[in-house]
Design a protein around this ligand. Structure first.
Ligand SMILES: Nc1ncnc2c1ncn2[C@@H]1O[C@H](COP(=O)(O)OP(=O)(O)OP(=O)(O)O)[C@@H](O)[C@H]1O
Ligand SMILES: [Mg+2]
Length: 112
């Protein structure tokens, strides 16, 4: 299993949630976060000019899925969340060792 953590623009949330439902994603976590990327929260930077670090509001979504589903999910996220402007966000992928559905005790793929 893999965990997909994606950070997107808040204005892309509704469209992404719709696309994830269409893809058949069964569960997710959503968190409102603040953070910064390469431009340190500034929308315009000039070489050699110092700029203040500003935290931007973003949305973080976490989804645990099977390895086989990763590619389609990433395609959907990229195609939905991309504007082509700086600040579109990132996707981080990590390995998930185990999952347990508390109600039934199911483990692994059956639990997600
Ligand atoms: N290396 C990182 N680790 C964790 N979170 C990150 C990292 N880089 C970016 N983020 C998160 O993603 C958000 C959006 O980042 P952003 O899309 O601006 O990345 P970038 O590297 O600056 O790319 P771009 O040049 O396209 O803006 C940040 O506000 C932050 O919350
Ligand atoms: Mg950036």
């Amino acid at each position: 299993m893999k965990k997909i953590e994606c950070i997107i623009r808040p204005e892309k949330l509704e469209e992404l949630i719709r696309a994830l439902e269409e893809l058949g994603i069964n569960g997710l976590n959503l968190t409102q976060i603040t953070g910064y990327g390469e431009q340190k929260g500034a929308t315009k930077v000039y070489r050699g000019v110092k700029y203040e670090v500003k935290l931007k509001e973003k949305i973080k979504i976490e989804i645990v899925i099977s390895k086989e589903e990763v590619k389609d999910l990433i395609d959907v996220i990229v195609n939905t969340a991309r504007t082509g402007e700086v600040g579109d966000g990132k996707i981080f992928i990590s390995e998930v060792e185990e999952a347990i559905r508390i109600r039934t005790g199911e483990r692994g793929q059956d639990a997600v």
